[in-house]
Write a protein of this length. Structure first.
Lengths: 290, 323, 316
């Protein structure tokens, strides 16, 4: 049987077992809600999230502004809806790019010559031996804050762990019977990588990526909160939280409402990641906090 | 004979395994008297380890007692509350485990563990318990007991560890000593030494010893009486001499025929019992051994075999068995 | 053991060396004049000249690197661009606050996390186990600075039980204790969940081992089996996880300290990044990386001490 057919039936089975797990189901639901919110932001937002209206600043929730307004009179609900767009697009772009580069470097390390493998592993090890946040802050200092810097920083700090995973998987698979057999009948390396390695390493990678999405959402919000991530006035849950924080004593609604979607999104993606892991690969190790 | 110290009656145990229940033990009966050494022998998967675990009440979480009882001094240990069961373990019934590599906790010294195992004794200081442990280690032939007490398990050799685990089992002078494959993980020289040690122990030990093994040689050297098990059932029981020289159950005969110690001439091919052990998920209605038995006739497959009395002490579970 | 210790320490020094080199090189990797990169576009020519002189940016690059290392080894990490104070002095002034925060956070997380993990083991397979599992995952994934802001809102603004900002007055224990409560709660919460999970997983693995069956076969009370015989082994991987996870504690501290305007490494480096005070950023990264490497190395050595099996492998 080809490994691709196996993984296809495996995925069907996984989807069924994910749907049976209440935690996974909750995760899928929350993630779907946020995805829809991000996609349909222009349609479902009642106001323009950037429209300043000094006349109506610091409003409590009311019929025309369901979640109230901020210090510039901007509609909080609209800003939160657009914030989900910011959060998800950054999280998905950054993890996607990191996954892609991690995959490439991992395959190169695992499949390439020994000396290259040695250098890459040393590089990954040094990278992960310094606390992520410090590295991120140092890069931001040099490049200046902004969305592009944020994505670059996330990609840089994530690559080593993905590349290591792919490398380990590649090394195991490289010596497995079906790859050795394929080699013996003269298959080329690209063919082996495309037909056998990729289908087998993609599963674990997807799990790890999905488990990192909440971490990235958290990091985006945190850095934006410190004014070192997404630049205002672009709505991000982080800078909405910061706006709320500065007016905490007289207008607490802003901070309360901005925290909820952030918590729900990280919970949703975490539950989804956990569910995916349990369904796809229960043996995969629980990874450390970063 | 006097009232048995330990009596297993009609014991059936199954393991829940998703697709159904694996009948690991079916209507097993067993008796052990003080001063006697009992052997339980059979292939792996015949239920002997389940029986041993049941004797000390440490069955796996998915095990289920379907019927039967285990009477120790007249009281059923299976229906006791957990606390009473716990108080039996150690001072009344103790166990020597199979794999000496993993029997002891790797991060606690031998001395600390042997002291802990005596927790049932009250009003005795730890120093005194340690002294007792040292004494027993010396008795099982460990050359420098003091040093051994200070060591971690992995610092001892396999044979030393197995001696230590026998010493541990004897610490509380239990009435029943269950040894589950005590020599299986050891090499031949070590095995001989441990058997020698167990034989020595017999002379001044008042309780019953139950040796569980797949090794007929161990049984022959150690035991007074033997229970032969096959596919979750006791198929034959009797005095060691009778079982060896006049086995009545075809399985016992096959087992003895396959024991390399019995070959008188050099043979290029080791004899084996052909066929396979029946599925324990759905045990056959008739005799479990019928599919592998030369003597089997249609009755063997259709009807459960009777427990045939061969003599005062020997019984066999077989349609064809005759006294 | 001694050989192993020396090897581990040398490796840590080597990694620190690489990190120092990388941090220094980063300024040069970015296109543009290093002084502008380090200080930002708004820096005055006067400030730039000062930095160039101070860092020796007009000297050949190898000379610069040599100077930088020589200075770093003697504890000279350069000067704060704005306040003109030595960077090391600035760092050492706030470091105790962050250490206190980290220790208190870890302490309560360790106590509650181990307790919840053991509880999950005792109730394994039941609804209670599942609830604890979901609770742990939720605690891990909730962002610490959101917890911090909510705690601030509830306990400082509404109830007014605890101070909203600062680290308390130096020397006043009670005052400092009250000031560290909420930050430590926020920093520790994800660790409670994380440790509970870790302890549960490694306990379940240990509980299946033969030696646990032996302990039970001697009728040891279940409490002693769990807390002495199993926990002693299960705690070993937890120690290394705590050490490695120090990075994540630091990351939470960066955000949480800002929420409570608590002087510490987090507020120091955040302010330095916002003002493009590169000497302070670089100094903080170096000091914290050194500290981190020290803790990880010490944890490795501690594990080697705790686990007699590892100890002997190293001896032999």
């Amino acid at each position: 049987m080809s490994s691709r057919a196996e993984s296809a039936t495996g995925i069907m089975r996984s989807i069924r077992s994910l749907a049976r797990d209440p935690m996974g189901l909750l995760g899928v639901t929350l993630v779907m809600i946020f995805l829809l919110m991000a996609l349909l932001a222009p349609i479902i937002s009642p106001y323009d999230p950037l429209k300043i209206s000094v006349m109506s600043k610091f409003q409590s929730p009311n019929l025309s502004h369901w979640l109230g307004t901020d210090h510039l009179g901007r509609d909080t609900l609209s800003r939160i809806i657009y914030g989900s767009r910011t959060a998800l697009s950054i999280a998905l772009t950054a993890t996607g790019l990191a996954g892609l580069f991690g995959l490439l470097l991992g395959l190169i390390a695992g499949f390439g010559p020994r000396w290259l493998d040695g250098i890459l592993v040393l590089l990954f090890d040094s990278m992960s031996s310094l606390p992520m946040i410090l590295f991120a802050l140092a890069v931001i200092t040099v490049l200046g804050p902004g969305t592009a810097t944020l994505i670059l920083v996330i990609v840089l700090v994530s690559i080593p762990s993905y590349a290591r995973l792919i490398r380990a998987q590649t090394l195991t698979l490289k010596n497995s019977d079906f790859v050795v057999a394929e080699r013996s009948i003269g298959a080329s390396s690209p063919r082996i990588i495309l037909r056998h390695l990729l289908p087998n390493v993609v599963g674990p990678l997807v799990i790890i990526l999905s488990m990192d999405i909440p971490v990235v959402i958290m990091l985006e919000a945190g850095l934006s909160y410190l004014n070192l991530g997404v630049r205002p006035p672009t709505p991000s849950w982080g800078n909405i939280l910061y706006d709320g924080y500065t007016s905490l004593r007289y207008a607490p609604t802003l901070v309360i409402t901005a925290g909820v979607p952030l918590v729900l999104a990280t919970l949703g993606f975490t539950f989804l990641g956990e569910g995916l892991r349990d369904a796809l690969d229960p043996k995969l190790q629980v990874r450390g906090l970063r | 004979m006097s009232e048995a110290l330990l009596r297993v009656e009609n014991l059936s145990i199954g393991y829940d395994a998703g697709i159904g229940q694996i009948q690991a033990l079916r209507a097993a009966n067993l008796e052990a008297h003080g001063g006697e050494v009992i052997g339980i022998v059979g292939e792996s998967g015949c239920g002997k380890s389940t029986l041993a675990a049941a004797l000390i009440n440490l069955l796996a979480p998915n095990a289920h007692v379907n019927s039967g009882a285990i009477y120790y001094k007249g009281a059923d240990i299976l229906t006791m509350d957990k606390e009473s069961q716990r108080h039996l373990r150690g001072p009344e019934i103790a166990m020597v485990f199979q794999d000496p590599m993993t029997t002891f906790n790797p991060v606690i010294t031998m001395g600390d563990q042997l002291v802990d195992f005596q927790h049932h004794i009250e009003g005795v200081s730890n120093t005194e318990k340690r002294r007792r442990a040292g004494e027993l280690l010396a008795r099982v032939g460990i050359p420098d007991p003091e040093l051994c007490l200070r060591r971690y398990p992995h610092e001892l050799s396999g044979g030393m560890r197995q001696r230590a685990s026998i010493a541990a089992a004897l610490l509380m002078t239990p009435n029943v000593l269950v040894a589950d494959e005590p020599t299986t993980a050891l090499d031949v020289t070590m095995e001989a030494q441990i058997i020698h040690l167990l034989r020595e122990l017999r002379t001044d030990y008042q309780g019953a010893i139950i040796v569980v093994t797949h090794h007929l040689g161990v049984v022959a050297e150690l035991c007074d009486r033997v229970y032969v098990m096959y596919a979750g059932q006791v198929v034959e029981q009797g005095l060691v001499d009778d079982i060896y020289h006049a086995p009545k159950h075809p399985y016992t005969r096959a087992l003895i025929a396959c024991d390399p110690a019995h070959f008188e001439e050099h043979t290029p091919i080791l004899p084996t019992i052909t066929g396979r052990v029946p599925s324990l998920l759905h045990p056959p209605v008739g005799c479990s051994f019928a599919d592998r038995c030369d003597l089997a006739i249609s009755r063997c497959r259709e009807m459960a075999p009777p427990w045939v009395r061969i003599s005062e002490t020997q019984f066999a579970l077989c349609h064809e068995a005759r006294p | 053991m001694l050989n192993y210790a020396i090897k581990r320490i040398l490796l840590a020094v080597l990694i620190l060396f690489v990190v120092m080199l990388a941090m220094y090189a980063m300024v040069f990797l970015v296109p543009g004049d290093p002084a502008t990169v380090a200080l930002g576009p708004r820096a005055t020519p006067e400030l730039k000249r000062q930095l160039i002189e101070r860092m020796g940016l007009d000297q050949p690059i190898l000379q610069q690197i040599y100077n930088f290392f020589r200075n770093a080894v003697t504890g000279d990490l350069g000067y704060d661009v704005w306040s003109k104070r030595p960077v090391l002095e600035v760092i050492l002034e706030v470091l105790p606050n962050t250490l206190l925060l980290g220790v208190v956070a870890l302490a309560w997380a360790l106590i509650l996390g181990v307790a919840l993990g053991c509880a999950a083991v005792v109730y394994r397979g039941t609804t209670m186990d599942r609830i604890l599992g979901i609770l742990s995952v939720s605690m891990i994934s909730v962002p610490s600075f959101v917890v911090a802001i909510y705690a601030l809102l509830i306990f400082a603004v509404w109830l007014q039980w605890l101070p909203a900002i600062g680290a308390g007055q130096a020397g006043d224990f009670w005052n400092q204790f009250r000031a560290v409560l909420m930050p430590a709660f926020a920093v520790g919460i994800s660790w409670v969940g994380y440790l509970a999970r870790m302890v549960r997983a490694s306990m379940l693995e240990v509980m299946g081992a033969n030696h646990i069956r032996t302990a039970r076969a001697f009728g040891l009370p279940e409490r002693r089996v769990v807390f002495k015989y199993a926990l002693r082994i299960a705690i070993i991987p937890t120690i290394s996880i705590i050490a490695v996870g120090l990075g994540s504690i630091l990351s939470s501290a960066v955000f949480v300290e800002s929420v409570f305007t608590r002087p510490g490494i987090g507020t120091l480096i955040t302010a330095a990044v916002q003002k493009r005070n590169y000497p302070v950023v670089m100094g903080t990264v170096l000091v914290m990386t050194a500290f981190y490497l020290m803790v990880v190395t010490m944890a490795d050595l501690l594990i080697a001490r705790l686990d007699p099996r590892v100890r002997d492998v190293l001896k032999g």
